[in-house]
Design a binder for this molecule. Structure first.
Ligand code: NI
Length: 160
């Protein structure tokens, strides 16, 4: 396994629509392993293909229960709303207030090409929306209600 460089905002790769994964082969497995390692050392919640320079529809999400791999994911159902503070490994030290669904049901494929269904609430629902958006070249900053100033972030930390 290897740690990959994370692409940051300004790189046009983050604004492109990714292609579907067609072959579930060792190349994809190695990539997913590297992404898991990279996410772990970055202390992030999620990491998508284009963030490590790969224009493929795959991502990793770990909300604290261990990493989940998503290949060619699609959202099939959402419900409710949550207003949350969100950031992105590709936009270091920037956070915004965003409205995300409270509940998301999605379908995706695992690394062996088997389709699975997953239901998530709260942070998992938020993370699925955020990471799947990356696969369509969309950054959270395009969807925020507003970005938070450093002072506001500091105040929020104090309240926690
Ligand atoms: Ni992100």
């Amino acid at each position: 396994m290897a740690i990959r460089n994370i692409v940051t905002e300004g790189d046009p790769i983050l604004n492109k629509v990714c292609r579907k994964v067609e072959k579930f082969d060792k190349r994809i497995w190695d990539l997913l392993d590297d992404m898991k390692e990279t996410l772990k050392v970055s202390n992030g919640v999620g990491l998508a293909g284009p963030q490590v320079g790969v224009m493929r529809r795959l991502c990793i999400i770990d909300v604290g229960d261990g990493p989940i791999e998503f290949i060619n994911p699609t959202i099939v159902e959402t419900d409710g709303e949550q207003e949350v503070v969100e950031g992105c490994l590709s936009c270091p030290n920037e956070y915004g207030l965003i409205v995300r669904p409270l509940y998301v049901k999605a379908k995706a494929f695992d690394r062996n090409g088997n389709e699975f269904e997953i239901k998530g609430e709260d942070l998992l629902a938020q993370a699925m929306c955020h990471e799947f958006d990356h696969l369509d070249g969309i950054l959270f900053k395009e969807k925020v209600e507003r970005m938070l100033s450093p002072e506001e972030l500091e105040e929020m930390k104090e309240q926690d």
